[in-house]
Design a binder for this molecule. Sequence first.
Ligand code: ZN
Length: 243
Amino acid sequence: MTNLEELARARGWSDEEARLRNAICEIGRLCYARNYIVGADGNISVRMTDDTLLITPAGAMKGFLVPEQIAHIDLSGKVVDNGPGASTELGIHMVCYEQRRDMCAVLHCHPPHAVALTLAGIDMQIPVIPEIIVTIGGIPTAPFGTPGTHELADSIKNIVSCSDTVVMQNHGSVTLGKNLLDAYKKLDMLEHTARILWIANCVGTVKPLAPEAVQKLLGTRAQLGIRTLNTLENQCGRGGGSR
Ligand SMILES: [Zn+2]
């Protein structure tokens, strides 16, 4: 029996709960190692099959978590197991799950290049990278909301209803996934795109791909079997916003 299996038995966790508690810790370590969070930044959650949530606790360093530190709450935010309380940014996660029944994982981080672009007023919706154009389309920016208040959840509500990724002005990122790895993949893509845009803006003027080239790329989605929400198709964050 592994240590995780022994811990799960001692705590009364299901196989799913034990696996996902461990996965949250692994994603936290990865986000910390990749500099997507520092200190006690960020929060990570998953929705389990019984519609309860596992979410990182308030104040902890997400790069050094162990499975028993993860909070287990219901959809009203109430702790269901006498364990630790949820992140103070619970509202961000709740609004994502309310808006998107199709998503089961939410990551909130502070990736430095993406945040820096919001400070400089550089729009991450510009169509420049083929892999982004055919998958998520672009990355909308939400207006500033004060952390720790309902403003923050309100600021992303409309965007997460029609986009799997968003950067919050002067703050950080939110990525939604079918599972934790899917949400992490989108965070990786978001920050990688931000790094490319940052470098390009340092050395020259960034020009979007021609509309015909963008349409051609979007046309490959069907043949590649890509069914993700795409902000170029649904105009999310561009004055549109329907799914
Ligand atoms: Zn934050």
